[in-house]
Design a protein around this ligand. Sequence first.
Ligand code: KG4
Ligand code: ZN
Length: 341
Amino acid sequence: MSLILGIESSCDETAAALVTSGREVRAHRIARQEEAHRPYGGVVPEIAARAHVEVLAPLVEGVLADAGVTLADVDAIAATAGPGLIGGVMVGLVTGKALALAANKPLIAVNHLEGHALSPRLTDPDLDFPYLLLLVSGGHCQLLLVQGAGKYRRLATTIDDAAGEAFDKTAKLLGLGFPGGPAVEEAAKRGDAKAVSLPRPLLGSAEPHFSFAGLKSAVARAANDHRPEDLAASFQQAVVDCLVDRTQKAISAVDATALVVAGGVAANSAVRTALRQLAKANGLRFVAPPLWLCTDNAAMIAWAGAERFAAGLTDPLDFPARPRWPLDPDAEKVRGAGVKA
Ligand code: KG4
Ligand code: ZN
C-alpha cells in the first residue's frame, strides 16, 4: 500500500491531499479564491498565482498534520503539471519538486485532465478500464475512451467553448454572479426550461464534436426579453440536450461497459440525471464521482498519482509546466483549435 501526496493549483483552487493506493483519502484540504476573483467576474491569472504561493505550503503542512504523518511516510509526490493557468501550475509543480527533492521521494507530474478522468475510480473500486468518459469542466468538454493510466483515446472535443465556460458566461450575462455553474443551476430551479427557445449546436451532426458558442450568443440576444430564471433553465436544458446527443453518438461508436462523467459540470444535477438515464437506456453502468470530487481538488491528483505510481510511471525533476497538454496527443486537431473547417 502506497501513500501519495497530491498538489493541485491549475486554476483558482489551491489544494493538497493524502490518498492511499487502497482508495483511502487520509486527508484533503482546499483553499478557494472565489472572493479574490469575484470583483472581476472571472479568474484573474496573476491574482490566482499569488494566492497559490501564499496558501500552498501551509495546506501541505495541514494535510500531513490531519493524517498524522510526515513527508518521510509518503511514497511519492504528485503535482499537477498542466494544463491550466501557467503561473498557478508553476507554483504547484515547483512546490512538488522541492518536496520531492528535500524528502528524496519520486515526483509524479500529473495531467489535471487525468486527475478528473481517473477520479471516478477513487470512489468506485468496481469501475474497470476501458470506460467511456464525458469530461466536462471549465476548460474542457471531451468524450474519451479511458483505457488505463496514461492511455486515452479522444473521441470528441469542443470546437469553441467548454461546457463550464458556457455556464460561466451565461451566469455573467444574466447577472447571476461568480462562479457561474452553481449560480445557473440554482436559478434554473425557479425557471421554466421551455420558456426560451435556444439552439442546440451540432445536435444530430455527423461529426462527433461539441459546440457551445452559438448557445451563449443566443442567451445574450434573449437576455432582455426574459426572466433570468427562465433563461437559466432553458440554457441548462439546451446544454443537457447537447451533452446527451453527443454522448449517445460516442456510445454507439465504442465498446465500453460504463458511462462515466467527471469534471466541474458533472456536479450539475440536471446533467447527472440525464446521463444516468442515457446510460440506462443503453444498458451501461453509470458512474459519477461524489460532488466534492467533481470540482477541482487534490485527492483526484493524488489518486491519479497512485495509479501512475502503481504503473511505474514517475517523472524527472526537470519536468516542464505545460499550459496545454492533451490527454490523447494523437487526436486529430479540430476546427476551432487553429484549424479551419
Ligand atoms: O473541473 P473544474 O472545477 O475546473 C476546471 O478544471 O475547469 O470545473 C469548473 C467548471 C466551471 O466552469 C463551473 O462553472 C462548472 O465547472 N461548474 C458547474 C457546476 N459546478 C461547477 N457547472 C454547472 N453546474 C454546476 N453545479
Ligand atoms: Zn478541473
